[in-house]
Ligand binder design. Structure first.
Ligand code: DQA
Length: 156
């Protein structure tokens, strides 16, 4: 059997607060709920998922660097670092992996400072505004771009 492609899913600062953090903006699912959903979905897509969260920019940079040569894809919700971090952008540009950026909220409908994401410059695709479902959409999109081990689904 073919080996499941390894996917790194990274969450940035304050996403550990999901569930109680501005539920009117980010929904009521906790990060643990999203993690469970993503693991079940990744399994169905034939992807091996490593799901992480950090409030530290340096730790995220280190995780991205370590993905080089190891992970076929990276899904990242960089949180507020989307709008500030050239360091995370540079790390993503340095790894050979297919990158999908995800945001729970529609950042383009919010304050002007959220409209620009440095990370988007390294992303093959960006999903925002679909809440927790956006993570599953990101995994679907990634599986289509890199191909999971489930080859039965027709690519259209
Ligand atoms: C976010 C949007 C960012 O602007 C914000 O700083 C976050 C979460 C989202 O998922 O909608 O922390 O990335």
């Amino acid at each position: 059997m073919a080996k499941a492609p390894k996917i790194l899913l990274l969450n940035g600062p304050n996403l550990n607060m999901l569930g109680t953090r501005q539920p009117e903006v980010y929904g009521s699912a906790t990060l643990a709920d999203i993690e469970a959903m993503c693991h079940a979905h990744a399994r169905g897509l034939g992807l091996a998922l490593d799901f992480r969260q950090s409030n530290s920019e340096g730790e995220i940079v280190g995780w991205v660097q370590a993905a080089h040569g190891k992970n076929a894809g990276i899904v990242i919700n960089p949180g507020a670092y989307s709008h500030t971090s050239v360091a995370i952008l540079d790390a993503l540009l340095a790894v050979e992996a297919t990158i999908i950026e995800v945001h729970l909220s529609n950042i383009h409908r919010r304050e002007a400072f959220r409209h620009h994401s440095y990370v988007s410059q390294a992303a093959h695709g960006v999903i925002c505004g679909f809440g927790a479902t956006g993570y599953l959409m990101a995994l679907d999109g990634l599986a289509r771009l890199i191909g999971g081990t489930k080859k039965d689904e027709k690519k259209v």
